[in-house]
Structure formats: C-alpha cells, structure tokens
Design a protein around this ligand. Structure first.
Ligand code: PLP
Length: 420
C-alpha cells in the first residue's frame, strides 16, 4: 500500500534509527528492574541515571528534578493536580489559556468540578496572549499558572520568560506544557517551576515523557504504589523507553541550530508559494514567534472537513489535535476562526517526512523536506479539491486558473479539460 505523504509531525514522529539502536539492549539483554538489588537492577538503574542526567543537562535542570512519566498527558496531570492538591492551604485558583491542549484543559476542568476556580485566558486574533490580562487574572489565592510553550495546532510560542517573571513576583508557580517545543526551539527551565515533556514528538518512542519539577515545588503524587521517582510517581520505570527518550532529545537538541532555520525556511517557502497561487488563504496564528515546522491555514469558502477528506489519501495533514479528532478545533474556535463547516488545515512538517521518503523509495533526511519546499504536491491537491464546484468560490477558481505557478496539468484540471 502506498501511504500518503506525511505532514503531521505534531501528531507524532517516527522513531529515529539511532534511538531504536540505543533502546535495543534494554528489552531483553539488560532487562533488570532499576529498583532491584542485583547486578541486573544496578545495570538498569545506571542506564536510567545516565538518561536522567542527559535530559536534565539538556534543559538546565538537576537530575533529581526529572520525574519520568508515561508521556506529556501524565506529566501535565501530575503537575496541575499535584500542585493543586499540595497547595490547598494557599488557595484554589488556577489560570490557564483557552488554546491549551486537552491534557491541560481536562485536568483543570476536573479540578473545577472539585471546587477550584479556573480562569481560561483568551488569545488575540493571531493566537497570542495579552500579558496584562494574565497579570490582572492573578490573585492572592492563585496556586498555579499553566501556559504551554508552543501550541500544538498553530505553533504559536508564548513568552515564558515574561510570564515566569510575572508569576515569580507574586510567588505563584508556573507550569508549561512543552510537548511540542522540545527539540524544536531552545528550551530551558529557568523561567518555570514545572515543565512537561514527551518523547514521541521529537523522534523518540511513544509512551514515555517526563515532568521537570523545580526543587522545593510542592507536589502531591497522583499515582500511589512503590514510591519510585522519589515518591513523586510510582510504577516500575520503563528503562528502554527512558533510554530512547534521552537519546531522541539529545539528537534533536544537537540538530536544532541547523534544523530549526532549515525547517523555517522550507515552511516559509511553502507558504509563499501557496499564497502566490492561492491569495485567499488565511494563515492561522502569528508567523513569529512560531515553531519552525508549523503551518496552519484556512481556505475561505472551502469546507475544512471536506477538504481534509479529499486531501487525506495523498497528504497526511490535520485540522486539529490528534487527541480531538472529529471535533472542530477549540484552538481556532478560541478566536472564532472555526466557523461551522470550515476549519484550518495544518501542515506540520518534520525532519524526515517519512511518508514521502517511503513513497519515493529514498532514504535520508532530505526527501520529504524537498517536496515540502517545492510545495507542488500540496498545491496540486488543494487545487484539485478547490476545483470542486460546491466547495470553491468563483473568485478562488479564477485565481487558481489564472496563476502562472500551477502546472499545466493542474490548469487543465481546473478548466475541466481533463479529469484529475
Ligand atoms: N500536550 C501537547 C501540546 C501535545 O501536543 C500532546 C500530544 O499531542 C500532549 C500534550 C500529549 O502528549 P502524550 O501523547 O505524550 O501524552
């Protein structure tokens, strides 16, 4: 089966070959329980200690401040519910943002059901937060502010340094969901007290993540049992996945100085070509500061779900978080972009773009990205979909057929000379 080209790296990424290799010995050779008192356990414990130290160094933390979890969902839950429970004596007020991932919004909603008050701050027309609104929302009984480092749909980055300063002045803890930021932008923990990570967005395995917890931060455990992770998260540590996560983070962070600008250049070129051919396209979210590999746009007059249904056999793109498939994007809805029947389409490219690599049979990092830069695939598919009479405005069709950029074949399709 030929799979569609993969442009959905916010949903997940493939596991890098070097990561697979790093994990390999820890499945059945060095399989000990790191809590076990034997040479098998010590070997596993040493691997975990090494991974913990590597990850801590990468984000400017101490090894003792890293708590391994099953992913960012669990890390966010532990941070939000754990701080709320540990700080009951101080207050029951939390602040977050309407465009957060459900792994933050849902624990907040859970706490609201238990009697906490949660303020959900709005964002402006390009997905950014107004810091004066944040300052105004902070109260003496606020125990936690939770604001993501990078949005998983529109790629918009929030200014953690400024947010951290606001919180610190008032003695309020700051948590950030950095699931999409790790390995994509420089990331340090200086401004925050808690930071959630996951491995599978940066070419690591699924089912493993971590929570950075600044020394001294009050945190009530949410899983009770053997008391692993210094009583903060019980459960036998998953050694191969922990080793894989540390390896993936190391590789992604080492590649960042070259990879970030490279992806941003490709993304900007794709956007320039798309808008040259389809001037009606609307970019969702600020172009800067933004994740370098993210593009999210709406096609006015074109039904988003119908567009996705048509594009999907050829391109893997999304109209929202993979965790909310089937629902309109709450991120775009936060500033009323998602009108009924219309939604943004996100093109989230990555280092390998494995779909295109497999399709073309090429190996190596360049294959997918070259096609992203070229933009022809995306444009051809959009043209095809937009040509459907019920989905396209006359203006858009005129633009499409009038442009010099589309291929002759596409123009023939648009003018009805041949079928696609
Ligand atoms: N937070 C954000 C911003 C995400 O994009 C995701 C994954 O989609 C998560 C949290 C959940 O991460 P995990 O799949 O590791 O539980």
């Amino acid at each position: 089966m030929t799979k569609p080209l993969y442009f959905d790296c916010h949903a997940t990424t493939p596991v890098a070959e070097a990561v697979v290799q790093a994990m390999a010995p820890y499945w059945s050779e060095c399989f000990g329980n790191p809590a076990g008192a034997s040479v098998w356990g010590w070997e596993a414990e040493a691997a975990v200690a090494q991974a913990r130290a590597t990850m801590a160094t990468a984000i400017g933390a101490l090894p003792s401040e890293i708590v391994f979890t099953s992913g960012a969902t669990e890390a966010n839950n532990l941070a939000i519910k754990g701080v709320a429970e540990a700080c009951l004596a101080r207050g029951r007020h939390l602040v977050t943002v309407q465009t957060e991932h459900s792994a933050v919004l849902a624990p907040c909603a859970y706490l609201a059901r238990l009697g906490f008050t949660v303020d959900y701050l709005p964002v402006n027309g390009i997905g950014q937060l107004d810091l004066s609104q944040l300052a105004a929302a902070l109260r003496p009984d606020t125990v936690l502010v939770s604001i993501m480092a990078a949005n998983n749909e529109i790629g918009v980055l929030h200014p953690l340094a400024e947010i951290g300063a606001l919180c610190r002045e008032r003695g309020i803890l700051l948590h950030t969901d950095a699931a999409q930021a790790i390995g994509k932008i420089p990331l340090q923990v200086a401004a925050v007290d808690l930071l959630a990570l996951t491995a599978h967005k940066c070419y690591g395995p699924k089912g493993i993540g971590a929570l950075y917890v600044r020394t001294g931060t009050p945190l009530a455990p949410q899983l009770h049992g053997g008391g692993q992770e210094a009583e903060r998260r019980s459960g036998t540590l998953n050694v191969p996945l922990i080793v894989g996560m540390a390896k993936a983070m190391t590789l992604a962070i080492a590649a960042l100085p070259d990879e970030g600008p490279r992806l941003a250049t490709l993304r900007d070129r794709l956007w320039a070509r798309l808008t040259a051919a389809l001037p009606d396209l609307i970019l969702n979210g600020a172009l800067t500061p933004r994740l370098p590999h993210n593009l999210n746009f709406s096609v006015p007059g074109v039904n988003g779900s119908a567009l996705l249904a048509e594009v999907r056999p050829h391109l893997t793109v999304s109209s929202g978080s993979a965790c909310a498939t089937g629902h309109p994007s709450h991120v775009l809805a936060a500033w009323a972009i998602a009108r009924p029947g219309q939604c943004g389409v996100a093109v989230w490219a990555g280092e390998f773009s494995p779909g295109s690599r497999r399709r073309s049979g090429r190996r190596g990092g360049g294959g997918g990205s070259a096609e992203i830069a070229d933009g022809k695939w995306v444009l051809n598919r959009l043209n095809w979909v937009c040509h459907r009479p019920s989905w396209v405005s006359n203006r858009t069709r005129e633009v499409l057929t009038g442009t010099n950029w589309v291929s002759n074949r596409t123009r023939e399709v648009l003018t009805g000379t041949v079928g696609f």
